[in-house]
Design a protein. Structure first.
Length: 397
């Protein structure tokens, strides 16, 4: 029964991984339709609890929700089957793009890359605007976001990024308690023991601290690559787009990946179904230090998802008590406001500064933003339009 249930989970999530366009919010809608409405694996209240938990923790929310559903259905094997089925289609597509992008040259190839970079401007601008409306609706949180952006623009390092997230949480404890509500119902039972939860939390912390230490002690390029992906996945609050500045600092700043290649891959990730974190497979394939190619893609994919899954499993047995604390929810408000500022800073540098060079570029980026934000056009069509515009600009110029 266990193997059959795991195969069932794999089959369903593989289909979702091939068809779930639209980003994390859309993914959560697909999951609700599939598992609450159609299959009735869990009820609306249980699903809402899962979504609240996965949005509270760092890491990709939709992937953690999918993992949790698989876990509830078929144990740990079901959780892994759900993750693999949902993630692998987008990872395969992005690795294929990585190999194809390396072969591009001439005006058409240059124009294609430039057009994808302009699409990245539109997509991240839409993400910043939407997150700001939701996560910074009052003066206190708007001020936290603005201060975080100024800090990052003044010192765009991994230490500054970690600091603004931590300080945002502390300020949230102080300024963001007004209107915090405490949920009345506990989360539904999920098959994770307290011992397994504590072990998972310990593994999360040991890897977060131990990997950079091993890297400094000369652990080799494989350790450095794994550490960079793991740290980026461990510090993402507020949505998949927030991983952009963390990954750029980890891979572009040391010269492992060029800005142009990085932004082109990020834009391409918007045009395919599945989780945005599959972008790690693209980076692992094109990164300069060995391992790269298929080995680097596999390493990047595992490393960036691992911290979110570890902290999810570690938190599940304790979530009911944790979510009832007003201080926890106030701190999360401050953290989310800080990550809006983090993403706003990334929108300016490097995305805007490396992509928009003249009025024509600005027009293409603005058109993409309007299509995404006002007309609710699919990101796939915006990516295709931006690519065509970039090629036209290159050929005419």
């Amino acid at each position: 029964m266990g193997e059959a249930a795991s195969l069932e989970v794999l089959r369903i999530f593989l289909r979702l991984g091939l068809t779930s366009f639209g980003g994390p919010i859309a993914h959560l809608g697909y999951f609700r339709e599939e598992f609450v409405v159609r299959r009735r694996w869990l009820d609306d209240a249980a699903y809402t609890d899962l979504v609240a938990l996965c949005q509270f923790l760092p890491g990709p929310a939709s992937s953690k929700v999918g993992f949790s559903i698989g876990l509830m259905r078929a144990g740990y094997a079901g959780g892994l089957a759900a993750w693999a089925g949902f993630t692998l289609p987008s990872a395969v597509a992005l690795v294929s793009f990585a190999y194809g992008a390396a072969a591009l040259g001439g005006p058409i190839g240059i124009g294609l890359i430039h057009g994808l970079k302009l699409v990245a401007v539109s997509i991240v601008a839409q993400a910043v605007a939407g997150m700001a409306r939701t996560l910074c609706p009052d003066p206190a949180r708007a001020s936290i976001a603005a201060a975080a952006a100024l800090v990052i623009l003044s010192s765009n390092t991994s230490i500054a990024q970690i600091a603004v997230i931590g300080v945002g949480g502390l300020i949230g404890l102080w300024l963001c308690r007004d209107g915090v509500s405490v949920p009345a119902e506990p989360i539904r039972a999920i098959p994770v023991s307290r011992r397994a939860g504590m072990t998972s939390l310990a593994a999360f912390g040991l890897l977060l601290i131990g990997l950079p230490a091993a890297q400094r002690l000369g652990g080799g390029p494989g350790v450095a690559l794994f550490s960079s992906f793991y740290r980026s996945g461990a510090l993402v609050f507020g949505g998949g787009h927030v991983v952009l500045p963390l990954l750029r600092d980890a891979f572009v700043t040391p010269g492992w990946v060029s800005d142009s290649t990085f932004l082109a891959g990020y834009a391409a990730a918007q045009a395919i179904p599945g989780p945005l974190f599959s972008f790690a497979a693209f980076l692992g394939a094109v990164v300069q230090p060995s391992p790269h190619g298929l080995a680097g893609a596999a390493l990047g994919l595992i490393a960036i998802f691992l911290p979110g899954m570890l902290i999810l499993v570690g938190t599940l047995p304790f979530w009911s008590a944790l979510r009832a604390r007003r201080g926890t929810r106030a701190a999360l408000r401050g953290i989310n406001a800080a990550v809006v500022g983090l993403l706003a800073a990334a929108l300016y540098n490097p995305i805007w500064t490396s992509s928009v060079k003249n009025a024509v570029d600005f027009g293409v980026a603005l058109l993409g933003f309007v299509l995404l934000s006002v007309w609710r056009t699919s990101a796939l069509w915006v990516v295709m339009l931006g690519a065509a515009a970039g090629i036209a600009i290159s050929l005419v110029g």
